[in-house]
Design a protein around this ligand. Sequence first.
Ligand SMILES: NC(=O)c1ccc[n+]([C@@H]2O[C@H](COP(=O)([O-])OP(=O)(O)OC[C@H]3O[C@@H](n4cnc5c(N)ncnc54)[C@H](O)[C@@H]3O)[C@@H](O)[C@H]2O)c1
Length: 431
Amino acid sequence: MNHWTRRDFLKTSGAGLASLTSLNIADSFAQGSSSERIRHAVIGTGGQGSGHCRSFAKLKNCEVAAVCDLDPSRRDKAAASLPNASQVKKYDDFRRLLEDKSIDTVSIATCDHWHTPIALAAILAGKHVYVEKPCSHNVHESRLLVKAARRYKICVQHGTQRRSSGEAMAAVQALREGIIGKVLAGKAINHQLRKPIGRAPVSHSPEGVNYDFWLGPAPAHAFTNNRWHYNWHWFWDYGCGDLGNDGIHQVDVARWGLGVDYPKAVVCSGGQLFYDDDHETPDTQTIIYEYEKCHLIYEMRLFTPYALESHDNGNVFYGTEGKLEIGRKGAVVTLKDGAVKKIEGPAENNMENFLAAVRANDPSRLNARIDLGSISADLCHLGNLGTRLGGQRLEYDPVSGKVTRCGGREAEANALLTRHYRAGYELAYRG
Ligand SMILES: NC(=O)c1ccc[n+]([C@@H]2O[C@H](COP(=O)([O-])OP(=O)(O)OC[C@H]3O[C@@H](n4cnc5c(N)ncnc54)[C@H](O)[C@@H]3O)[C@@H](O)[C@H]2O)c1
């Protein structure tokens, strides 16, 4: 994509993330054509990141030119899986990758506690960003991410890929057209069996891994196998529980279908009824997001196999004339007279949609724009926050970015809207 204009970058040399603030911001991409080849990089090549490698490599006029992971075995495996394996650049430090001017776009599929720090650094380096869900680890990070994307006119796509699903797009359109009348409630359902993880003793971190860098902005903690690959999801320092993991997909669709953003109040309940192990995050949660004209209800039970209650992970919208269900079997309307209708529509590919927006230099073309995705992430953060504070009804003001009511625990709630960043791992952009 040589003729896309960019300013030169200044070299970074400092060890801390904050050093990336010294980068010049790339000019916006000049309007490109769909035939231009995009050089993409994947940061975090675990379960999802290796999927990103496969998916981006398959897209037309896109090559995965670089991969980055703090675990060299995962990084090398991902690189070797690519059609251009011998040319793929391999990094263990994303800051060095971001200095590479030949890279146009990056996707971030690391643990959640690294999403925003890396995304902000990438934006400052002029790279367009596909960031996995949840885009942030807390509400403060969501706000910064949206602000930075807007300020530097960077395309930031959120990994809530249901926004590109054919049936979800068609179902939302049908809801807008009144297929089930006035829609007064929407459920976001996350029912599945997530097995206990046991208790893992402190042990040595794997050979060749810079575990301190993996911890990054999170508090220092001795290595255990449960705080490592995948199971980090269940520790508040790195993950957002299953509400921020799988639940965010359903919360996002519910919010989209209901046509709402921030609620006037969030009623939280949940805890551990099933786990007796290293998990910090709940296995059971019911969160009600109260809006002026409707309710969004999140139900999570991680001890029940898929489809036990005929719904697994999915959504139900309840209207005055019927209900609309979206699940893994598609989207189905049942009207109050018993008539049943399947809803279908043409699917898009969330990653392809990202590249199209980048080529057009037009963030408004993104199906899962960061300003939309960040609100869904915030709903998850607020739900978790109220659950962690013992089950609260809280009110959050999106203008001031503050919790205004939380059963007398406002100071604790506001503290959980952000986190302490370890020295050397402060955010590169602070608004
Ligand atoms: N959109 C979806 O449907 C979907 C599906 C699965 C996972 N995800 C998201 O993808 C992300 C990754 O999930 P996963 O299941 O692949 O986890 P994982 O633990 O398997 O992989 C994370 C990888 O990131 C690497 N990593 C961590 N910090 C890094 C850093 N600073 N620099 C470079 N590499 C770093 C780890 O070494 C690891 O290999 C999560 O945020 C998850 O929510 C999204």
